[in-house]
Design a protein around this ligand. Structure first.
Ligand code: SF4
Length: 181
């Protein structure tokens, strides 16, 4: 999992050439630092994915970051109340670009069984989500599958995407400030 796939290099005497976009994408993909925003049962499943049985460290991801500025993958696992939604959004805004979001389980993705006045009916009401993991709760294998899908996105993302008009209008929809050109 840690190898740098599809990286075309040209070797010569005393030099090595490659495409910068691909080198950066490969480095990002293989060193994702997740910030677990775990509020309930789905968080326990996520913890299991870190244990020796599932060993998320295989993906270069053993370093949890509880500081938003040093994280690039926000993993939201659990029920998010409407009261908590602004905090979640603040944590997302504090993360530096480029950043990705994984929504783990029915509650984070849609409110789950809690169709009530107090529960946010999906975190994509306040922040953009890249990958959704279904289930109540999803098994660690499903969470890892979601993380692998994030890795694929990271691997294929062009370096300029975060400065594109399309990305800016996505952030605008959420009333979030983007990068300056
Ligand atoms: S989706 Fe199910 S397991 Fe996950 S937090 Fe909600 S109730 Fe708990």
């Amino acid at each position: 999992m840690g190898k740098i796939e599809d990286l075309k290099v040209i070797n010569g005497e005393g030099y090595q050439l490659s495409v910068l976009d691909k080198v950066v994408a490969a480095a990002r993909k293989n060193s994702v630092w997740p910030l677990p925003f775990a509020t309930s049962c789905c968080g326990i499943e996520y913890m299991a994915s870190m244990g020796s049985n599932y060993d998320l460290a295989r993906f270069g991801m053993e370093r949890m970051s509880f500081s938003p500025r040093q994280a690039d993958l926000l993993i939201v696992a659990g029920t998010i109340s409407k009261k908590l939604a602004p905090i979640l959004k603040q944590v997302y805004e504090q993360m530096a670009e480029p950043k990705w979001v994984l929504s783990v389980g029915a509650c984070a993705s849609s409110g789950g069984i809690f169709d009530t006045y107090s529960v946010l009916q999906g975190i994509d009401r306040v922040i953009p989500v890249d990958v959704y993991v279904p289930g109540c709760p999803p098994r660690p294998e499903q969470i890892i599958d979601g993380i692998i899908k994030i890795h694929e996105m990271v691997k294929h993302e062009p370096m300029r995407r975060r400065y594109s008009d399309e990305y800016k209008s996505l952030l605008n929809k959420y009333d979030i400030e983007g990068n300056e050109k």
